[in-house]
Design a protein around this ligand. Structure first.
Ligand SMILES: *Cc1c(COP(=O)(O)O)cnc(C)c1O
Length: 351
């Protein structure tokens, strides 16, 4: 099979027609990698949905191929988003691909360098505001409602449509839905999209069961867990540093309909899971992505999975670790420097 992007592959389940100009970088079709080291901790069969392998390094590409294609179909020439980083990286790349102008609003100083570099090199107009993500999103909503500019945040329903295909891929790969699905929650578009995807696939007879959805917010940015807006969200996991999620209601619906939960994990737990993944699975994710794994480890320790032995759980790991090498290096020692000499090297290796 030749993979030419998720719109072409899942066309019959998406709101596109022959007239839709497909703007694609051949996103999707990401691997579902078994994580044996997590099986040991949880007693479950754990898989990582490795979304960092999308073209711009995060799952945002799934939504963006749809959003930019539909914006073009409508004749838009400018798209705009607020972003903690990955949305802007993806919007900028797909806008170039589709030949439309891209404007992004970011919170000043809180964007991982790799993400900013992506938006800039793809020639997006990047505007940093003195405010946080929630402030940026409010401005984008206001401007796109009043001017001929297309909003490409996950409030755009086509974003959710594209992102739901990750659930299709999981069912296609496993032969059915897993028993559990764990996912980081920021603006809550992705948990909404997966739940929509799982439900649609079941209704179509393409899968038989539905997973429990397990969402995880960072402790300093956990509005859904606390059931109140967080005015000044704080977490090292900048991609989920959001105090007033746009898809709040539908995230709660996903949680309740699936009999799952939305819980919080501390920055320490996130960083531990982040290192654990890198050290034991060979997969390097960005901190926010590790929230799903941190949450699963937390639940396992609390006995949540007792009696569920060998059930399948998929953890979405949302973005690539290379986007934010600074966070990785902060934790690590500098490499040892020695003379260019065989003996010195052998003695360091212990040979
Ligand atoms: C956007 C993003 C999230 C959060 O997804 P939401 O749909 O906003 O809940 C998590 N991790 C990464 C890497 C992201 O880019």
């Amino acid at each position: 099979m030749r993979w030419t992007g998720l719109i072409n592959h899942y066309r019959e389940y998406l709101p596109v027609s022959d007239k839709t100009p497909v703007v694609t970088l051949y996103e999707g079709n990401t691997p579902l990698v078994p994580a044996e080291s997590l099986n040991k901790i949880t007693g479950l069969q754990v898989f990582l949905k490795y979304e960092g392998l999308n073209p711009t390094g995060s799952f945002k590409d799934r939504g963006m191929t749809m959003a930019i294609s539909k914006a073009k179909e409508k004749g838009a020439s400018i798209v705009m988003c607020a972003s903690t980083g990955n949305t802007s990286a993806s919007a900028a790349a797909y806008a170039v691909r589709g030949g439309v102008k891209c404007v992004v609003l970011i919170p000043n100083g809180n964007i991982a360098l790799g993400k900013l570099a992506q938006a800039m090199i793809h020639q997006a107009q990047v505007i940093a505001i003195d405010g946080n993500f929630d402030d940026a999103l409010n401005l984008v909503k206001d401007i796109t409602a009043n001017y001929p500019v297309e909003l490409v945040n996950s409030l755009n329903p086509f974003r959710i449509e594209g992102q739901k295909t990750a659930a299709f891929e999981i069912c296609d790969f496993l032969g059915d839905a897993p028993e559990f699905h764990a996912i980081p929650v920021g603006n809550a578009g992705n948990i909404t999209a997966y739940w929509k995807g799982y439900k649609e696939y079941k209704n179509l007879g393409k899968s038989q069961t539905l997973p429990r959805m397990l969402g995880f917010q960072a402790a300093g940015a956990a509005p859904i867990v606390h059931n109140k807006i967080i005015e000044k969200p704080e977490t090292i996991a900048t991609a989920i540093r959001i105090g007033n999620p746009a898809s709040w209601k539908s995230a709660v619906q996903a949680r309740d309909e699936s009999q799952g939960l939305i819980d919080l994990v501390t920055d320490d737990e996130i960083l531990q899971a982040y290192r654990f993944l890198a050290e034991t699975t060979g997969i390097f994710v960005e901190p926010a992505s590790a929230a799903s794994v941190a949450g699963v480890i937390k639940l396992a320790k609390a006995g949540y999975f007792k009696g569920q032995m060998s059930h399948r759980i998929v953890c979405t790991v949302t973005g690539h670790g290379l986007k934010d090498p600074k966070t990785a290096m902060k934790e690590l020692p500098e490499p040892v420097v020695v003379k260019s000499d065989r003996k010195a090297i052998l003695s360091l290796i212990g040979l």
